[in-house]
Write a protein that binds this ligand. Structure first.
Ligand code: ATR
Length: 276
């Protein structure tokens, strides 16, 4: 049993709606770790002083959410993980020997969520969106031997991301080419915020999408997005975004406590209940 005055939590602005406390507090209980995972409001102007004080405040680490992921990248002492430097954003800080180690667990979360479901034969993916989440997702797909087609409303942003990733297996097409770009893919990923509660739907035709393709959405509120419903009606296997949230948390917990907690159907249910 780990006890004492260790602190752990998530920092962001706003922070009230974060699901991370619900997930991590369940795992802290399961593992008899005697602390509470906190939701901490940190304003951008207070970010650096908060980070510098973490070791003496007893933190073993924190998760980082909007709007701090890129700023924290520039403020940590070291990086952990193969892709963190390339992703350019931090979602997990580990305090080790008074130093702040930055990690990004989104690529793990994305892949682990698709584990056993990813097509291995025709490795061609269409990724929609070119924001922060798309970067980690494209990197993990390219590393997994995928050819990636990237399409974003603002084409220039997709071009910049492709240039940054500097890989011959990524190409950019225009938004108007979405439908045609689907004809030979095995994986379709929505990384945009479209379909999220309060946002417009992702409205695209899936007519040309092979039924054998897997369709996934990073949106998890609602868990069952209109986009995923549409894909299932079309005959495709779908994977929702809640799993990615749980698995990125699983790796963060592992980095802090050295033990990988379980992602169970009960945990999924418990977290999904908070979205109702
Ligand atoms: P995150 O870091 O969570 O990925 P982000 O960086 O703001 O968030 O990216 C949001 C993504 O959703 C972007 O790809 C954005 O497209 P633009 O680059 O053109 O802004 C996409 N997005 C948001 N609203 C959209 C809309 N109404 N139509 C199409 N794409 C949209």
């Amino acid at each position: 049993m780990i006890s004492g005055n260790i602190r752990v939590g998530v920092i962001g602005d706003p922070i009230g709606h974060s699901l991370s406390p619900r997930i991590h507090n369940r795992w802290l209980d399961d593992n008899d770790i005697n602390t509470v995972y906190e939701a901490i409001l940190v304003k951008p102007e207070d970010l650096e002083s908060f980070l510098r004080a973490m070791p003496e405040e007893g933190f073993i680490g924190v998760n980082v959410t909007i709007p701090h992921k890129e700023s924290v990248f520039k403020l940590v002492d070291e990086y952990q993980g193969l892709f963190t430097g390339q992703i350019g954003a931090i979602n997990t800080i580990i305090v080790r020997n008074g130093k702040l180690i930055g990690a990004n667990t989104d690529d793990y979360g994305f892949l682990e969520n698709l584990k056993g479901k990813l097509p291995v034969e025709n490795r061609r993916a269409l990724v929609i969106g070119a924001g922060g989440a798309a970067r980690a997702i494209c990197l993990s797909l390219l590393h997994g031997g995928y050819e990636v087609t990237l399409i974003n409303r603002t084409r220039e942003r997709a071009e910049n991301l492709a240039k940054y990733l500097n890989n011959i297996n990524i190409r950019v097409l225009g938004w108007e080419e979405i439908e045609n770009a689907m004809s030979n893919i095995s994986l379709l990923v929505n990384t945009t915020s479209l379909g999220m509660k309060g946002q417009p739907k992702l409205e695209i035709s899936l007519a040309k999408l092979p039924q054998s393709a897997v369709v996934t959405d990073i949106v998890y509120n609602p868990v069952n997005t209109e986009f995923l419903k549409q894909a299932r009606e079309h005959g495709n296997l779908t994977v929702d975004g809640l799993g990615m949230l749980l698995y990125q948390a699983q790796m963060a917990f592992g980095l802090w406590f050295g033990t990988h907690p379980n992602v169970t159907p009960e945990l999924r249910q418990y977290v999904a209940e908070a979205l109702k």
